[in-house]
Every structure is written in structure tokens, then in C-alpha cells.
Design a protein around this ligand. Structure first.
Ligand code: MN
Length: 136
């Protein structure tokens, strides 16, 4: 089974490289896009296991991109985690309203980042059923 594939949509080069490094260190595969149009195209084409979506992007923003992804049967099932920078401005509730499955606040917490994102991945294999033998 291949490593989970992440798509990072982020226009800020420093944030993008930090997120990429943290995910690659974890053994994940990483694709990236610097704007929403490219991000949506890559999502359809490559079917990542999770999309990390910056909200503030040039042109189409991350909220509009998420609505587009969630409205397209080809991409609706892919978890989208927003990367928000403006908690006080209401980006986090807006991200959930747009259809994001969750959000992470910037600045990125380097220690918790990959582990937190792992929790949003869909289970790739059925976990073994707990044995009932011991309870009978
Ligand atoms: Mn941005």
C-alpha cells in the first residue's frame, strides 16, 4: 500500500515548504498548488487522500475552492482541512460552512502538524474486528 497522498494548496512559499517538509518527514507523498484553480485540477486528476487548503489565495479563495470540490462528485469525498490565519476574522466558522472537514490555524505547529492531519485521513484498511472471545 502506498503512502497517503496530500495536496497542499498554499500561495505562501514559506508555509508551503514547511508543510511539505513536515509531511514528507512523516513519509507522506505531497503534491502542491499555488492557487485554487490548479488545486482543484490536481484534486480531480490525482485524487489525493487529503487536501490542505489555504483560505487566502490569489483569485479564487480557499472557501470557493472547497465549495467547488465538495460540489463535484469526483472530489466530494476527499477530506479538506483549511489552513486558517485569521481566527478573529471568522475564517474558521467560514471554512466549516464552506464544507471543510476541519481547520488548522497558522502559524503551523510543527510538532503536531503531521499527526493532526493523519487523524483526518480516511481509514485505508479495515481495522481488525476486536475479538469477542475474552468477553464471552
Ligand atoms: Mn495565502
Amino acid at each position: 500500500m502506498s503512502a497517503p497522498l496530500f495536496l497542499i494548496v498554499e500561495d505562501n512559499a514559506i508555509n508551503l515548504e514547511l508543510a511539505r517538509d513536515l509531511l514528507e518527514l512523516e513519509g507522506f507523498q505531497v503534491l502542491s498548488a499555488r492557487d485554487a484553480v490548479e488545486g482543484c485540477r490536481l484534486a480531480r486528476q490525482c485524487q489525493p487522500d487529503l487536501i490542505l487548503m489555504d483560505i487566502s489565495l490569489p483569485g479564487m479563495d480557499g472557501l470557493a475552492a472547497t465549495r467547488q470540490l465538495k460540489g463535484d462528485p469526483a472530489t466530494a469525498g476527499i477530506p479538506v482541512v483549511a489552513l486558517t490565519a485569521h481566527a478573529m476574522r471568522g475564517d474558521e466558522p467560514a471554512a466549516l460552512l464552506a464544507g471543510c472537514d476541519g481547520y488548522l490555524s497558522k502559524p503551523i505547529n510543527t510538532r503536531a502538524f503531521a499527526g493532526t492531519l493523519r487523524a483526518w485521513l480516511k481509514p485505508q484498511t479495515k481495522s481488525p474486528q476486536p475479538s469477542l472471545v475474552n468477553t464471552l
